[in-house]
Write a protein that binds this ligand. Structure first.
Ligand code: SAM
Ligand code: DTB
Ligand code: SF4
Length: 364
């Protein structure tokens, strides 16, 4: 074994021991962030390869089951009623429409289906209705995820009983920056909800947003917070701010894309076994930055043409990008039997996107 490789493996062991034993300090995460980019990318890739197939990407599809009209003041969010963003408030969707969307997502290749609701906190009667949605989506053979705002302990348990696999609730940013973004709920409220989700035995999906005007150290502090959750989240969505007209962050200055890539790499190193999701903001990012994020250890994306209220990349463009990179959707390693999804659904899409090569990717 060459010395570079053994040094890299030692770095992996070091990272794993830290994750298992000692909390991450902000200074340690910040030091990783400041590494020369080739060194940081190498470390992230070594950690990624030790824990995952680096060519595999999870497809999760989002559906906004209850849109807009939210009483909270999250400065980034198009669904807050107080901002004039043109998003119309809707009622909670019924099971027929949700299941039709879930079936379509599954047919397109998604393995996880995430239902989002623009609530500060659901009422118990909302939980009953969402539990029915969870049971239906699960019966299709999809992993289920929901993001409904703050939960009480009993509500988390009810969702667990309905078969919910993941609950998404983000810390969003560093504790020090949080008050500049959201004033209607505390950081501790978010930690409390995450605790209830864990206690109920539902897996945690928790990440944040980058590009809201925070400093690099504050990005490091967000990653340290996430990595120090005990255990750290199974799923970590890293969103790039989508600037929406009418929200207070609409005119936020652009973040250097390489800072976003660094944040992904550091998340990978600090949470070696988590699914790190390259989440909102891909449409604005372009292919090269997305590719760098995959190389930095991102291994999940939202797949489908809408996020909650804003646009995601076109499905055909995603299929074409993965094809160009020689990457494939989770459960569909080229040459192996498809795990649970009809592979042929993606082949026409790839062809229509002008994606045709020898079949080394998972799209054929
Ligand atoms: N209302 C629930 C809550 O806030 O917990 C669930 C839905 S909320 C829209 C889920 C997450 O979406 C937020 O925590 C935030 O991280 C992300 N998000 C919302 N608007 C965004 C934007 N404009 N850009 C990037 N991420 C955004
Ligand atoms: C997450 O971290 N990002 C998703 C999901 N969890 C719910 C939401 C992104 C929303 C982007 C803005 C919108 O489409 O409204
Ligand atoms: Fe409401 Fe969630 Fe948007 Fe905040 S992020 S305004 S809680 S929908």
């Amino acid at each position: 074994m060459g010395s570079t490789e053994s040094q890299a493996l030692a770095a992996v062991r070091d990272a794993e021991q830290r994750a298992a034993a000692a909390p991450w300090t902000v200074a340690a995460v910040d030091a990783l962030m400041a590494l020369p980019l080739p060194e940081l990318m190498h470390r992230a890739q070594v950690v990624h390869r030790a824990n995952f197939d680096p060519c595999e990407v999870e497809f999760a599809t989002l559906l906004s089951v209850k849109t807009g009209g939210c009483p909270e003041d999250c400065s980034y969010c198009p669904q807050a009623a107080r901002y004039d963003t043109g998003v119309e408030a809707t009622k909670l969707m019924g099971p027929d429409d949700v299941l039709a969307a879930a079936r379509a997502a599954k047919d397109a290749g998604a393995t996880r289906f995430c239902m989002g609701a623009a609530w500060r906190a659901p009422k118990d009667r909302d939980i009953e209705k969402v539990s029915e949605l969870v049971r239906g989506v699960k019966s299709l053979g999809l992993e289920t995820c929901a993001t409904l705002g703050m939960l009480e302990e009993g509500q988390a348990q009810a969702l667990a009983d309905a078969g919910l696999d993941y609950y998404n609730h983000n810390l969003d940013t560093a504790p020090e920056f949080y008050g500049q973004v959201i004033k209607t709920r505390e950081y501790q409220d978010r930690l409390d909800t995450l605790g209830h989700v864990r206690t109920a035995g539902v897996k945690v999906c928790c990440g944040g947003i980058v590009g809201m005007g925070e400093t690099r150290r504050q990005r490091a502090a967000l990653i340290a917070q996430l990595a120090n959750l005990n255990p750290y989240p199974e799923s970590v969505p890293i969103n790039h701010l989508v600037k929406v007209e009418g929200t207070p962050l609409a005119d936020q200055e652009d973040l250097d894309p390489l800072e976003f890539v660094r944040t992904i790499a550091v998340a990978r190193i600090a949470m070696p076994k988590a699914r790190v999701r390259l989440s909102a903001g891909r449409r604005q990012m372009g292919e090269a930055v997305q590719a760098m994020c995959f190389m930095a250890g991102a291994n999940s994306i939202f797949f489908g043409e809408k996020l909650l209220t804003t646009d995601n990349p076109e499905t055909l463009d995603d299929v074409a990008l993965l094809g160009k990179l020689g990457m494939y959707p989770r459960g569909r390693k080229p040459g192996e039997e498809a795990a649970s999804v009809a592979t042929e659904n993606l082949a026409p899409a790839a062809a229509a996107a002008g994606h045709s090569h020898g079949g080394g990717c998972g799209c054929h």
